[in-house]
Design a protein around this ligand. Structure first.
Ligand SMILES: C[S@@+](CC[C@H](N)C(=O)[O-])C[C@H]1O[C@@H](n2cnc3c(N)ncnc32)[C@H](O)[C@@H]1O
Length: 220
């Protein structure tokens, strides 16, 4: 873990491994804790995120899953008991990728880790069966560019969970504190994300729970 360094933008602050990254990773690895903190602080127990993780097991054998940002590897639990898949875990932060690699070793699953920006993924068009972007959009400087890039590489499904920019008044202090620390960017509203995915040719449903948005999209 490094010191309290601020990057040139929200992604860069994460890339430098802000101390919050360690705290966050610990919390997310303990579902009961994550659910309890999520309910109190964000008004959601993150059930929609764990449902998205469970959907990894529905990808047909030989398929490809993209997990961006993978963070500390919270979604890898979905690989346990899944058919053989190519699992590509992408993050802009080398420290996060190391945490994901350690988590993969602990769970005994095979994962490719890749350092990249979600807005410029080194993947072919329509090469991914399931794109997961969990608690990610609010951490990117340009969420629209991220959604566009996920749509480009996706051949079938996309699941997105994020802290919405249109979260209610109760959540404004959290958004403000995150932005002050450069850990939260502009984020996006539920309508924006739904619109961007629809524009890219996906059938989409967006559910709102507390301050979070949960989008499920399928190529139309
Ligand atoms: C709140 S964490 C979420 C991680 C993980 N999906 C989870 O739910 O635990 C946000 C992650 O976004 C990563 N990140 C920030 N900007 C990024 C970018 N432009 N491209 C890829 N990853 C990025 C950070 O390094 C961090 O791991």
């Amino acid at each position: 873990m490094t010191g309290w360094r601020r990057g040139s933008d929200v992604s860069d602050t994460w890339r430098l491994d802000h101390p919050w990254a360690t705290v966050y990773t610990f919390g997310m690895r303990h579902r009961l804790l994550a659910g309890a903190v999520g309910r109190v602080a964000f008004g959601t127990d993150l059930a929609g995120m764990y449902d998205a993780i469970a959907a990894i097991r529905d990808v047909p054998a030989g398929g490809t899953v993209l997990d961006v940002p993978c963070g500390g590897g919270v979604a890898l639990s979905g690989l346990v008991g899944a058919p053989p898949l190519r699992y590509v875990a992408v993050d802009i932060a080398p420290a996060m990728l190391r945490r994901t690699a350690r988590m993969a070793a602990r769970l005994g699953v095979v994962v490719e880790t890749l350092e990249a920006d979600v807005a410029a993924l080194p993947l072919q068009d329509r090469s991914v069966d399931l794109c997961l972007s969990l608690t990610g959009l609010h951490c990117f400087p340009d969420p629209r560019a991220a959604v566009r890039e996920l749509a480009r590489v996706s051949r079938d499904r996309i699941a997105l969970t994020w802290l919405r920019s249109d979260a209610g008044l109760r959540y404004r202090p959290i958004l403000a504190a995150g932005r002050a620390a450069d850990l939260v960017g502009r984020s996006a509203t539920a309508d924006e994300v739904g619109g961007w995915l629809a524009e890219a040719g996906f059938d989409v449903t967006v559910q709102v729970d507390g301050s979070f948005g949960y989008a499920q999209a399928r190529r139309g």
